[in-house]
Design a protein around this ligand. Structure first.
Ligand SMILES: Cc1cc2nc3c(=O)[nH]c(=O)nc-3n(C[C@H](O)[C@H](O)[C@H](O)COP(=O)(O)OP(=O)(O)OC[C@H]3O[C@@H](n4cnc5c(N)ncnc54)[C@H](O)[C@@H]3O)c2cc1C
Length: 556
């Protein structure tokens, strides 16, 4: 393996760096919010550290609907500011990582009897485009029944009035998070997973000046000193505020959302769909490389935040919602190939239901100086981060070498980014033509480019090295793993299977087939003893059972 700036081989040196000197900013939490703040702070010249108790993006940031969107339904709730800001951010994040934040046309079918008539949908979509600054061909179109069915023949004809057809972006949330982390590391931030912040450290005036951490891989405790500490722990924000004895006033409302994944053959949609279900809520149906996923639910959650179950009621609700639009497509629990559940860190508003609560973000600053960032969306991470770092820069006062304004609008989230969707298509074609006789299929290549952009070339270098391996799929999965170990601080099999490659949810069959090969590769690289091998194998098998919702399927 070659050395790189962000491989597991650098872990001990990262740990040393975290313990030496005083950081300007310490960020707790390696989801999209913490990652964004680390990038913003480091790129302004602040000495930045980030710690994540589990793996990067292991919280909500790998469990969303995976859309970079302005949130059309927030328009209905008249949250104009949220729609406008996230709408503008969509375009920026797409420009920064065009392979990973991909434009797609979303269809909103209109049926007789829905609560929102077609004219109102047309007006809403027009305003949505206006607020987000959408131009040219990307602007919404209202389609009649025939045009709608020509694009999406799966839709039932009866009572169909037409559809709204408008621009949104599809992403991979965990990959977006890791790319932001890697970019922050390039800007000299020190970011480490499996390091938990246990307690805050205070000076004699009661101001926070560091954190006491526990490294779950080396099993040791250590301190990090810092001038400002940011609590970007998502659904754990209030737990941290409680630890700082500053939980008062506004607090979080945690709601759960699940998604179900089906084989594309079972649900052969051409377009992402967004539709109203009988209880007035809106549901997404998103096709993506070989599968289609459906989501989501929105229910208040008070259980274990580290183990979020998908339960029978959630599954029943989503299947019922699906059948309200597609009564003739027989989807049953046994058709579910994978499922995931995530928790939304929302700001509680008295008298509002889970679905009605605003998705806006807020910053709380405690008397001890703890800066907590709460609420928000994946889509708005860059702007949220800018706001948090603005507060730090303002508090820090005049500093010659610290930039007052955020520069992240112009920092690509990947090396050699694509300039346009057309360039992505040409790149894929050229790469395909240049591949040797043992090439993988074109669909696989497109999937890899979506996840890794031009970094796919590094994966293909590994692929060439595994020449003696006759099984092409195994050769590819091992190559992908080697790349992620070398470049993306993968420390455990689930880091790779769930968050770097998303295979656990979207290529579950490949995980079932090759997970022992993955474990063997880990064992070889990390020199695991038998006990560690057994523990990691159990962890993967347990997670596979959860993702495949085996217990629920057995009950039906
Ligand atoms: C079902 C669902 C669908 C969604 N869909 C979308 C969507 O399509 N588009 C969109 O824009 N938004 C969406 N969202 C919202 C979006 O996913 C979240 O706003 C975002 O991911 C929150 O990121 P975060 O970094 O704040 O939290 P997290 O990703 O949860 O990160 C917090 C991190 O802090 C770590 N941590 C906690 N305590 C400690 C500690 N003591 N020490 C160190 N680390 C710690 C955790 O392990 C965790 O990784 C969705 C959310 C849900 C639940």
């Amino acid at each position: 393996m070659t050395e790189s700036s962000f491989s597991y081989e650098q872990r001990l040196s990262c740990l040393d760096k975290l313990q030496s000197g005083t950081f300007d900013v310490i960020i707790i939490g390696g989801g999209i919010t913490g990652a964004g703040i680390a990038l913003d702070a480091a790129s302004r010249g602040l000495k930045t550290a980030l710690v994540e108790k589990n793996d990067f993006a292991s919280g909500t940031s790998s469990r969303s609907t995976k859309l970079i969107h302005g949130g059309l339904r927030y328009l209905k709730q008249l949250q104009i500011h949220v729609v406008a800001e996230t709408g503008r951010e969509r375009a920026i994040v797409h420009r920064l990582a065009p392979h990973l934040v991909v434009p797609e046309k979303m269809m909103l079918p209109v049926y007789k009897g829905l609560s929102t008539p077609k004219w109102m949908i047309s007006l809403g979509l027009w305003m949505y485009d206006l607020l987000a600054g959408v131009r040219g061909d990307d602007r919404k179109k209202m389609l009649n029944k025939e045009q709608t069915l020509a694009i999406e023949p799966l839709l039932p004809e009866k009572n169909l009035r037409g559809s709204g057809y408008y621009a949104e972006y599809i992403t991979d949330d965990a990959r977006l998070t890791i790319e932001v982390i890697k970019t922050a590391v390039k800007q000299k931030a020190v970011c480490l997973n499996y390091v938990e912040s246990k307690t805050f450290l205070y000076d004699d005036k009661g101001k926070i000046n560091g954190i006491l951490c526990y490294d779950h891989l080396e099993n040791k405790e250590f301190r990090i000193s810092g001038k400002y500490v940011v609590n970007a722990t998502g659904i754990w924000v209030d737990d941290m505020r409680k630890r700082d004895k500053s939980l008062s006033g506004k607090h979080l409302l945690i709601t759960k959302g699940i998604h179900l994944v089906f084989d594309k053959k079972k649900l052969p949609l051409h377009n992402p769909l967004y539709f109203e279900i009988p209880d007035g809520r809106m549901i997404f149906l998103i096709p993506r490389h070989g599968i289609t996923y459906v989501g989501t639910t929105d229910t208040v959650y008070k259980g274990d935040k580290d183990n979020i179950p998908v339960n029978g009621e959630d599954v029943h609700y989503l299947l019922q919602a699906f059948h309200a639009l597609f009564p003739d497509i027989d989807l049953q629990p046994e058709d579910i190939v994978a499922a995931w559940a995530g928790l939304r860190p929302l700001i509680y508003e008295s008298g509002k239901s889970a679905s009605e609560v605003s998705r806006k973000d807020e910053i709380f600053i405690s008397p001890s100086g703890l800066i907590s960032m709460a609420g928000g969306k994946l889509t708005g991470y860059r702007k949220m981060s800018e706001k948090a770092v603005n507060r730090i820069v303002k508090k820090a006062g005049k500093h010659n070498n610290i930039k007052k304004r955020s520069v992240t609008k112009n920092i690509w989230l990947t090396d050699r980014p694509f300039a346009s969707s057309k360039e992505i298509r040409n790149y894929q074609k050229e790469l395909w033509n240049n591949l040797g006789p043992e090439k993988t299929d074109e669909e696989t290549l497109s999937r890899l480019i979506f996840k890794y952009g031009k970094q796919v070339e590094k994966i293909l270098e590994h692929f060439n090295r595994y020449k003696t391996e006759k099984d092409t799929e195994k050769r590819l999965i091992l190559s992908e793993l080697d790349f992620c170990m070398e470049q993306e601080m993968v420390c455990k099999p689930l880091d790779f299977l769930e968050r770097r490659s998303s295979r656990m949810f979207f290529e579950t069959g490949s995980v079932k087939k090759y997970y022992t090969d993955i474990l063997d590769r880990f064992s070889e690289i990390f020199h695991w003893d038998e006990k560690t091998y057994r523990e990691e194998k159990t962890a993967v098998e347990k997670r596979l059972d959860e993702v495949e919702i085996k217990k629920i399927r057995a009950q039906y």
